[in-house]
Write a protein that binds this ligand. Sequence first.
Ligand SMILES: [Zn+2]
Length: 286
Amino acid sequence: MTDTTPGNPPPDAAERRAAKPLICYQVDQLPPSNLALYRQARQGMRKLAEITVAPREGGTFEVPAGSFFRIVSVEGSQVGDLNLWYAHDLRERFFSGKTRQLHATHVSTGDRLWSSLPGLRPMATITHDTLDWYGWDEDGAGVHDVIGTRCDPYTNYMLNGVDYHHCCHSNLTRALAAAADIPLTEAELHVHDVMNVFMCTGFTGDTHQYFMKASPVRPGDYIEFFAEIDLLGALSTCPGGDCGSSHSDDSTPCYPLQVEIYQPGAGALQGWSSPLRSGYSGTHGI
Ligand SMILES: [Zn+2]
């Protein structure tokens, strides 16, 4: 816990605290979104494939640029931990911190998932979210956070002193190792901070600690993305289930999640092109 013993405030403490908040990034200067075009394109799309991720497991899927994918709740209230990589270079991966700074702590329709430096381009745009009605509740919580990292066996061992092998970190590691045909030790280094799909989280008002509460997701709910670049995705069905009570153990009811890949109709993406990596020279002043 943070040591909350107060120090002596300086005489101008009130004045210092009164500085006005300023939104860090001029997000209205981001490359324009193609959401209107995607909304049109999703009307005539057809399903190409679907995979089911078993409870407390991980699964991978590929989505070609210009296609859509959905993560669907199918049997019960379940949270999913999502990783994304550029399909042709695993070093370019989802950058949850920058996505949070550019959009918000929780993401929904119209927000984009950005890639790591030096790529920094949109990997996917959220095109539909059946939980967009949730907004912010009385606890200050929202759905689909890009704050939390992923449950992992190291933190669990530190706190509980036992090995647990079905944390999202391990589920994602096993799934990536199998899909990319690389050793577990190599795959683990590519696993990164997730988008917590369907997870309901926030920060407490008094201590600003990260909290979770039971997800409002129900079977039939889904979140849909447009793949801006060729993607390799991995999804873990969190051992916390709806994350309303615990995580990192086998005691909570868990359910599968489904990933569906859709192709838009021919000619539906007229004028769209896959975004390029950042135009920064990369010389860092040298
Ligand atoms: Zn988890």
